[in-house]
Design a binder for this molecule. Structure first.
Ligand SMILES: Nc1ncnc2c1ncn2[C@@H]1O[C@H](COP(=O)(O)OP(=O)(O)OP(=O)(O)O)[C@@H](O)[C@H]1O
Ligand SMILES: O=P(O)(O)OC[C@H]1O[C@H](OP(=O)(O)OP(=O)(O)O)[C@H](O)[C@@H]1O
Length: 222
């Protein structure tokens, strides 16, 4: 495969994509038609900007592509940034989208947390590093069971009493008879860049950070 010097922007293909595309377009980036074609199996897309292409990947993978320099820019939730803690990711801009929180939840009918019970904690989560760190700061070693979705099933089925998961409206917790016990961190999506690429291609990358900043500001003011 031929490597080009095109800038690569990684976008998460899940729920954030719908929120991020108005910003991408307001920043002046318009992907080729195949990007909006549900039948297309393409993963990389040209844009109206000759030296910029878009890749569409899973939310967690967007951070990984940029962390290793395979993409130069990405849109990533700070849940993902905190979970990975990649040192080569620089996140200069809050995009003010993807608002949610990462919370500890337990069954509604159970007594609220008593730290004296914390001799052995088991938690089902997509965020084992963040969760372990949260409990370690409280002097507790947590056993984390990594799930990639549907964490809310874990308490009902006896996998773990506690889950750490993203909460927005709280509807998913309520539908599964769970209560939010504590917020670990508040989340929004950020524009992130590959730190070494920012050093070698500062003008190009600063240009796009500025365009996204303007898009966010114009969106907020309109
Ligand atoms: N309920 C929510 N409300 C707002 N933002 C959310 C919500 N859930 C997740 N997010 C944000 O969207 C990002 C992607 O969400 P998630 O990890 O659930 O992926 P997805 O859209 O289900 O796709 P996939 O799991 O296939 O990658 C998260 O990292 C988080 O920043
Ligand atoms: O508080 P709410 O508004 O109900 O949102 C919370 C839900 O949203 C996310 O899941 P998503 O819908 O992305 O599906 P997933 O479990 O496949 O990641 C998250 O993992 C919760 O399950």
């Amino acid at each position: 495969m031929e490597l080009t010097d095109k800038l690569v922007l990684a976008l998460p293909k899940g729920r954030i994509l719908e929120e991020v595309m108005p910003l991408v377009k307001a920043a002046g980036i318009h992907p080729e038609a195949a990007f909006d074609d549900p039948k297309s199996r393409a993963l990389q897309f040209d844009t109206n900007i000759p030296n910029l292409s878009i890749i569409r990947v899973r939310a967690f993978d967007a951070a990984t592509f940029v962390a290793f320099g395979a993409a130069h820019l990405a849109v990533v939730g700070n849940d993902v940034l905190q979970e990975f803690g990649y040192s080569d990711l620089y996140s200069p801009l809050d995009l003010d989208i993807g608002h949610c929180r990462l919370s500890l939840a337990m069954p509604e009918d159970e007594a609220t947390e008593d730290p004296r019970e914390w001799s052995h904690i088991r938690v089902a989560t997509k965020y084992p590093n963040l969760t372990r760190q949260y409990y370690a700061e409280r002097g507790v070693q947590a056993e984390c069971i990594k799930l990639n979705g549907a964490m809310e099933l874990a308490p009902q089925l006896g996998l773990s009493r506690r889950i750490v998961d993203l909460v927005s409206t709280g509807g998913t917790l309520r539908a599964n008879q769970l209560k939010e016990v504590e917020v670990l961190t508040h989340i929004t999506s950020r524009l992130v860049v590959h730190r070494p690429a920012f050093k070698t291609r500062p003008r190009e990358i600063s240009y796009w950070i500025d365009r996204f900043r303007e898009a966010v500001q114009n969106g907020t003011n309109s």
